[in-house]
Ligand binder design. Structure first.
Ligand code: ADP
Ligand code: MG
Length: 704
């Protein structure tokens, strides 16, 4: 909404009465506010109902802000020379309490007159054994006669620097009031009359007025609804237009042939039935591939739900149509594993497959390069190495990007540029993405979901154990190992103190070695500070059952498949995020044995940590876990959201405003379907606003 037309909205903020160059500078730096429009788009984060006056006897310290009405009894300066404070007693008919100021004492002394009645506003807390409000706002009752802001007091977030310049919440509110009361105050509408009418939305100017200075509850809600809709609607319009441009205006290779690769594989090499979910997803993919448009599809499904198999079958379709395919994995270990699995699965089909990673030798690289350019190499599997400049395909038709969230957006884009006609792209992720996030963050991709596990999988049994009962965990580890299965023990690694974490891990490793002594037990270790080669070797030994216990950090979080590992112990489980716990747990439960996950934690748990652990114990469903995680952490902390900028929402909230989000997406879809170039008269207002938005945002292109 920094994107608003009209000279009024585009006027630099320093020209506002009460701002000037110094305050303007601080508004620029602290809040990114340069214009009147941007200042008006700084919405209050909360409102205090000014019609509600608390009694002093009702005050508790868990009330955020209160408004009181009472008389000042006495005013005293107390404390020593260097720690002076001003203390006043405020009394109403129900009792009395203290008001205290640590700064600006002389000024307050002048202003606060004993015996007079004041409206007092602030945040109560305990201080020196009494209920106190520090630095309250005081107003004489007859000062409260302004026409704006009678019913509610808007609260704006501010910063220390802004406050030091008098721009606390009240200061900001004053500036905004000046703007709104200005003769030039004018906010052009950016939704069509049709939309406003159908949705019963208030107009934009009214919404801006009411969001800052609501006349009553109802109008506040109307203003919120209108501005939330507008925000989400324009995000969807942009995402969907982008998607439309890619799919409708850019052609894709039509894959019309179902040839012998897929048929042979399906009839002779696939040893099990596809799940219904897999069948459905393959159908969706084939719909895309046959359409003549470029596919851009997100494939979500829990660990082990059979995504890789779907990706492989799609690669075979590409091969049947005489195209090459590639699969890009986030780590070398994973690329290697994909290479081995896929080679094994299609071993009877006489397909040329190679692996390309950072550690591929120059001679091999050369050979691969040749095979790629002459077309004899059909499937290439690898890491980032795949998108290096010198890797050229003859006719790349299909790209799988595995575990997408580890890849940067820019890397994805580079792969797409490899051919004149963009290859079809399937992005797979084992971290299910909550629906609302999928609609925003990945809103320009089509989405397929595998929501069914292959039959016969035993759900992983998850237990929570306090660290005081570690002995039980050790006994259980012994019993599992005696059955011939293997165990992961994971320690947390938190970036802020890597050395400390590493020490924890080493101590953990040493104590595990003592509890499980050689030669009976063999223990390996992997962590992020090891060289790639050492990591691979440690994983390799574990895979070959040369070690029974693998002590690790979250480096094992991503995709590695060791079916014989049936127990995962997570130490300090309270320090892990929910999605991370789920990813870690996904490392077990891949074989025929019943698998277990034990979450070990300390006794003192925050409510949030308890909820995380409890969710893990209760469910194996990645979608439920992803939703819970989103609710617990909020969208800002979800993986992949920060860099996109798309979720820096001003007023809407993708968790609570899911309905508005869905509605706006549907409406945007209909509009684009009906009038893709926004040429129709009633869409002119939308086209105009999009143009302004594009002018103001360079970052938007990064999303796809
Ligand atoms: P994901 O990539 O989703 O983690 P994979 O495709 O690697 O899952 O599949 C996990 C395991 O399940 C593999 O060993 C695969 O062969 C097997 N699998 C996949 N689909 C089925 C199915 N429909 N029935 C039985 N096993 C399956
Ligand atoms: Mg996989």
């Amino acid at each position: 909404m920094e994107m608003m037309t009209g000279t009024f909205l585009e006027t630099p903020v320093e020209y506002l009465k009460g701002v000037g160059p110094a305050r303007a500078d601080i508004l620029n730096k602290e809040l990114g506010i340069f214009t009147f429009g941007e200042l008006l788009s700084l919405f209050p984060f909360r409102y205090i109902d000014k019609t509600k006056i608390f009694k002093i006897s009702e005050i508790t310290d868990d009330l955020a802000y209160v408004q009181l009405k009472g008389r000042i009894r006495h005013v005293d300066v107390v404390g020593s020379l260097h720690a002076k404070r001003l203390v006043a007693t405020l009394a109403d008919e129900s009792g009395d309490m203290e008001l205290v100021w640590f700064q600006g004492i002389r000024w307050i002394m002048d202003k606060v007159k004993p015996g007079l009645e004041y409206i007092v506003f602030g945040r109560p807390s305990w201080f020196n054994g009494r209920m106190t409000i520090a630095h309250p706002d005081l107003e004489l009752p007859n000062e409260q006669v302004s026409s704006l802001g009678d019913a509610f007091r808007p609260l704006y977030s501010s910063t220390e620097k802004l406050k030091s310049r008098g721009l606390d919440s009240k200061g900001i509110s004053k500036l905004i009031k000046t703007l709104i009361q200005s003769d030039r105050f004018y906010i052009p509408e950016n939704l069509s009359l049709e939309i406003l009418g159908n949705l019963k939305l208030i107009n934009r100017q009214e919404a801006f007025l009411q969001i800052h200075f609501p006349s009553n509850h109802e109008l506040l809600q109307k203003a919120q609804a209108r501005l939330k809709f507008e925000e989400l609607f324009y995000i969807q319009m942009r995402l969907l237009l982008q998607k439309f441009q890619r799919t409708q205006k850019q052609s894709g290779h039509p894959f019309t042939i179902v040839g012998h690769y897929l048929n042979d594989f399906f009839h002779h090499y696939l040893s099990f039935e596809l799940t219904n979910a897999q069948k459905r997803v393959i159908k969706e993919i084939r719909g895309d591939l046959g359409s003549g448009k470029q596919m851009n599809r997100l494939l979500q499904g829990d660990v082990g739900s059979g995504k890789t198999l779907v990706a492989l079958m799609t690669m075979l379709i590409a091969l049947d149509n005489n195209f090459q395919a590639c699969l890009m994995a986030p780590t070398e270990i994973l690329a290697h594993q994909h290479y081995q699995n896929i080679t094994k699965m299609v071993s009877g089909l006489n397909i040329q497959i190679e692996l390309l990673t950072g550690s591929t030798k120059p001679a091999k690289r050369k050979e691969i390069a040749m095979g790629l350019t002459d077309g004899s190499l059909q499937i290439l599997i690898g890491t980032h190495a795949l998108i290096e400049e010198n890797v050229q395909f003859k006719n790349l038709g299909f790209v799988v990007i595995d575990e997408q969230h580890r890849f940067g957006v820019a890397q994805r884009a580079r792969l797409w540029e490899k051919n004149e006609i963009t290859p079809h792209v399937l992005v797979t992720t084992a971290t299910p993405i909550p629906r609302t996030l999928a609609m925003t963050l990945y809103g320009d991709l089509d989405s397929s979901i595998i929501d069914e596990m292959p039959p016969g999988r035993k759900p992983i049994i998850t237990r929570h154990i306090y660290e005081t009962k570690q002995e039980q965990v050790f006994d259980f580890i012994r019993s599992q190992i005696s059955k011939g299965t293997q165990v992961y023990i994971v320690f947390p690694l938190i970036q802020e103190s890597e050395t400390l974490d590493l020490r924890n891990l080493m101590e953990g490793y040493e104590s595990i070695k003592q509890i499980f002594p050689a030669p009976e037990y063999k223990i390996g270790m992997v962590h992020g500070k090891m060289k790639q080669k050492e990591k691979d070797e440690a994983m390799e030994r574990f895979l070959k059952k040369e070690t029974q216990i693998l002590v690790a950090t979250t480096v094992i979080e991503v995709g590695v498949d060791i079916p014989n590992a049936s127990l995962m112990v997570i130490e300090n489980a309270e320090r892990f995020g929910l999605s991370q716990l789920h990813q870690l747990r996904g490392r077990v439960g891949r074989g025929a044995d019943q698998s277990y996950c034990i979450l070990v934690s300390g006794f003192k748990l925050t409510t949030e940590a308890k909820k995380r652990i409890q969710t893990m114990v209760e469910t194996n469903d990645g979608f439920i876990i992803a939703e819970t995680d989103l609710r617990l952490r909020g969208p800002g902390d979800m993986e992949g959201t920060q860099q996109s900028g798309i979720l820096n929402l001003k007023i809407a909230d993708i968790i609570h405003d899911e309905k508005i989000l869905k509605y706006s997406r549907n409406l945007a879809t209909d509009i684009i379907h009906d009038d893709p170039d926004l040429k129709k008269e009633h869409n002119a207002v939308i086209a105009r606003h999009l143009k302004i938005m594009n002018k103001y945002s360079e970052n938007w292109g990064l999303i796809s």
